[in-house]
Design a protein around this ligand. Structure first.
Ligand code: SF4
Length: 479
């Protein structure tokens, strides 16, 4: 793929976002480190509301290190994942006290030894608080925009950063990251990039090569940058070239044709096949007159949350939940606030019996998906309150292709097949290269016939460890 000219891009970014900066409030490197930890999966505005009083109560790393953890959890609760975040902040600050005299170190090598601090967080602190060009900040916006502009073909943030560090002059690193965040936030957005009038429209491969830009729903995270003079760009229609793929399917407004980036290269041919186009038309027609679950932009959520390269475990379900607000694109998982359905309740019982993990206060399995557990249903849509209504419309063919592609991976994958329906897919899996774990389905109809006591979670982790892979942390963080 062609790529935009870096000097031209830098020049135009500087003109458009001359004051690109981060929006998190901070007065010291320690404040910024804490705010950046809190900003994961949370808006900057909410983080700033929380840190206003937090920074008054905790002035030094020692204050956080000796804080009552339960109190700290309450104080950061509005930012979500508060137990994990409070623990991370405290652990990080204990290390700052023990090894760095209570100060935030000013080198990348030292920063990444602090618990909970990866390159992105380190770069935010080093670039912003210390003004050091330690690297290029790569968040979801920078990753998406860089790929669309042809600056990288990589998926993993560290590799994207390496590509950008090679392309962008070192003295522009601290500007480039925040400016690209702004471009992604205001113009090259995940769902509806405003290509018409975009600062790099004349060079962008998405336009020149007619590729429809698209990005997973999981990249909707808010950003940490702002520019004093940058105004949001008015919405404009995408150029004809970028629309062509959607129009060929007569599915304008639908994301059915849009695979998440990491799956595009393995499944692109599949969605061009006549059966998939027929399926896409069927689902689009259904949506005109019926309520269909999950919503259009969550149909591929399992693929979005678990990129192809990251799949280590595949759990196969059957049909999406069909009651209101339950399904969000992952098998067995329901949205926060929705009571776990009976099968999931049984999964939690077995999880406790197997690994002693208490059931969480929700049924939201995103944390598993993000660790490489592909939670795939065989059928990806359903009409509201009508189970199996989208069976035999083409989804099974598509998800068989997904399973076959996972089977092609060189690394060992653990396939968890619960119940007879899932076990029919065993023929798609090479048992010499991968591990297949079979068992009774967790539904109340069959859980007592072999599901309870089957210890699938420890079996998966054992197989992963045997293959030299990290075990899955099955404990779900609170939501
Ligand atoms: S032309 Fe469109 S896809 Fe390319 S960078 Fe601009 S908004 Fe993004």
């Amino acid at each position: 793929m062609a790529k935009v000219s870096l000097p031209v891009l830098l020049d135009r970014l500087e003109k458009k976002y001359p004051d690109a900066r981060y929006e998190l409030d901070w007065a010291s490197p320690l404040d910024l480190l804490v705010a950046t930890i809190l900003a994961a999966q949370c808006t900057d505005e909410r983080v700033n509301r929380v840190t206003k009083s937090l920074f008054r109560a905790y002035k030094t790393a020692g204050d956080y290190a000796k804080a009552d953890l339960a109190v700290l959890e309450e104080q950061v609760k509005p930012t979500g994942f508060y137990k994990q975040k409070a623990r991370t902040i405290q652990e990080a600050c204990k290390v700052l006290v023990a090894r760095f005299g209570g100060r935030v170190p000013a080198t990348m090598d030292e920063m990444v030894t602090i618990p909970g601090v990866a390159r992105k967080t380190a770069n935010v602190v080093l670039n912003t608080a210390f003004g050091l060009p330690s690297g290029v900040i790569v968040d979801t916006h920078v990753a998406r925009v860089s790929r669309r502009m042809g600056l990288t073909a990589e998926e993993k943030p560290e590799r994207i950063e390496a590509d950008l560090m090679r392309l962008v002059p070192r003295d522009r690193w601290t500007f480039f990251g925040p400016a690209m965040v702004l471009h992604g936030r205001y113009t090259c957005t995940a769902r509806a990039p405003e290509c018409s009038g975009c600062l790099i429209e004349d060079q962008c491969p998405q336009i020149l090569e007619g590729v429809a830009p698209a990005e997973p729903a999981s990249t909707k995270k808010t950003t940490t940058a702002t520019a004093k003079k940058a105004a949001p760009v008015k919405k404009a229609a995408a150029p004809a070239a970028a629309r062509s793929s959607a129009q060929s399917l007569e599915l304008k407004g639908s994301t059915m044709h849009t695979l998440p980036a990491s799956w595009r290269h393995v499944l692109a041919a599949e969605i061009e096949k006549p059966y998939f186009q027929e399926l896409a038309r069927f689902v689009a027609e259904e949506r005109k007159t019926q309520q269909v679950f999950p919503p259009d932009d969550e149909v591929f959520a399992a693929l979005e949350l678990t990129p192809y390269e990251d799949v280590r475990v595949l759990v196969l379900g059957q049909d999406p939940y069909h009651d209101d607000d339950q399904a969000h694109g992952l098998c067995f998982s329901v949205r926060p606030g929705i009571k776990p359905p009976p099968s999931l309740a049984n999964i939690y019982k077995e999880l406790e019996a197997d690994l002693g993990i208490k059931k969480p206060n929700h049924g939201y399995l995103v944390s598993w998906a993000k660790q490489g557990v592909l939670l795939l249903n065989a059928v990806l849509t359903v009409r509201a309150h009508t189970p199996n209504s989208h069976k035999d419309k083409g989804w099974e063919k598509f998800t068989d292709a997904v399973i076959s592609k996972v089977n092609e991976k060189r690394e060992r994958v653990i396939f968890l097949l619960w119940g007879g329906y899932a076990q029919k897919k065993e023929k798609l899996i090479d048992p010499k290269r991968h591990t297949v774990i079979k068992g009774a389905h967790p539904s109340p109809l069959s859980a007592r016939n072999g599901f309870f006591g089957s210890k699938p979670f420890s079996a998966i982790n054992h197989a992963l460890e045997e293959a030299g892979s990290e075990p899955i942390s099955w404990a779900l963080p609170p939501v």
